[in-house]
Design a protein around this ligand. Sequence first.
Ligand code: ZN
Length: 129
Amino acid sequence: MGNLTANFSRHEIVCKCKKDCGAEEVTDGHLSMMQTTRNIYGSPLGVSSAARCKAHNKAVGGKDNSEHIATKDSPAEATDHPYENTLDLHNLVTAAHKAGFIRVGIDFKNKFVHLGSSIHHPKPRLWGY
Ligand SMILES: [Zn+2]
């Protein structure tokens, strides 16, 4: 059970720098699509990264204009979700597209899916890295 939506909690969303940086939220629209993705996916869905302050984003190798970057006044528009195997990956990507995510990136090396909802970034729908 989550305290933000049925399945997601605040502690999964806040910046992991542990410095009270103010990067604590994703947009309501993103959160809603995350929950829809989870509903369609039908299995537990972990969150490996969500909101990041600029310093933490840089520390984890994020791009300067990353959708993960958040401030007190500007929520993040991205979350990363780990997957175990190819079937999970397929089901997660399919669920994310059905839920309305326009930016879905797959990190094959580290085995996670990036879900992005920014309308100010390119919209390739699906890419790998
Ligand atoms: Zn931070």
